[in-house]
Design a protein around this ligand. Structure first.
Ligand code: INI
Length: 163
């Protein structure tokens, strides 16, 4: 075997045909989160997925995203779950506490359920940064998250299973 080669390589394809996704959206900063949701569904459809197979749940804020992601993932109905939210820094450390819990909680829900749970949360210092990441000059974080979800869903189908 040549340098850098291995016996087997597992990679997820960017094909969403036949895949089912659960999208969990935060109502806080809903103006931006709706743009992320649109970006995510558009990405799923552009990769051959069916928006009719997508289920969406809304939480009060980003802090609650992991709880609902976990419930969605536990159903076994979804090939991947995506958390969509926007946390904008204010004059107090409030946003930092939310951010650390959301990132940790999303990761834990993926680990506990065995379903890929994707982090599609914008953490912005300013409203301008949120605008840039929800469909303008820095892209659409929801579409990016959906692409990761498609890749991870396909990767999980390929990976060997533990005992
Ligand atoms: N939730 C957000 O999704 N984004 C924010 O910017 C935000 N800020 O700044 O307060 C926010 N707060 C609400 C929080 O997520 C919970 O819903 C709330 O604390 C109740 O648990």
């Amino acid at each position: 075997m040549g340098k850098g080669e291995s016996a087997r390589v597992y990679e997820g394809q960017l094909v969403a045909t036949g895949l089912r996704f659960g999208l969990v959206c935060s109502r806080f900063n809903e103006f931006f989160v709706r743009k992320l949701l649109e970006g995510a569904i558009d990405c799923i459809e552009r990769h051959g997925g069916d928006a009719g197979e997508v289920e969406t749940a809304w939480t009060p804020g980003s802090f609650e995203l992991p709880m609902v992601c976990n419930r969605f993932a536990q159903t076994g109905r979804f090939d991947a779950v995506i958390a969509l939210g926007v946390v904008i820094q204010g004059g107090t450390p409030h946003a930092q506490y939310i951010n650390s819990e959301v990132a940790k909680g999303v990761a834990q829900s993926a680990m506990h359920t065995g379903v890929p749970v994707i982090y599609g949360v914008i953490t912005a210092d300013t409203i301008e940064q949120a605008v840039e990441r929800s469909g303008t000059k820095a892209g659409n974080r929801g579409a990016d998250a959906a692409q990761s979800a498609i890749e991870m869903a396909n990767l999980y189908k390929q990976l060997p299973r533990g005992k």
